[in-house]
Design a protein around this ligand. Structure first.
Ligand SMILES: [Zn+2]
Length: 117
């Protein structure tokens, strides 16, 4: 059994892509393993911009906090026709630290990115 990581629809093993959204299907066991692994992980940041998610991840890892970027993998996320939201997750017990670091990044960014867009 395969499953679409975006919409969560299930498909036969012989099918490669989701007929609804075109995403590459993953094995259902794989998706369950991922869910199990990240069950106690918490979303601390979300953005439509991959580079922002990557910047946050880099900063967290510099501080010794394990983190992961999820791109539209959460089936509860409503796709509303816009760019998919990208999320950064950290283990639950590091949440506080992670939020403090992300807050600092946000403050730094405002210093110079005011007129950049
Ligand atoms: Zn799909």
């Amino acid at each position: 059994m395969k499953i679409c990581p975006n919409c969560g629809f299930e498909y036969e093993d012989s099918i490669e892509y989701c007929s609804d959204c075109g995403a590459e299907l993953i094995l259902k066991e794989e998706s369950e393993k991922l869910e199990e692994k990240y069950k106690n992980w918490i979303e601390v940041f979300s953005t439509p911009q991959l580079y922002e998610a990557e910047m946050v991840k880099t900063n967290l890892e510099t501080a010794g906090i394990e983190s992961v970027i999820l791109e539209q993998k959460d089936t509860s996320f409503p796709l509303g026709g816009e760019l998919g939201e990208i999320k950064v997750l950290v283990p639950e017990y590091r949440e506080e630290e992670a939020r403090m670091i992300i807050e600092k990044i946000g403050n730094q960014k405002e210093d110079y990115s005011e007129d950049n867009e």
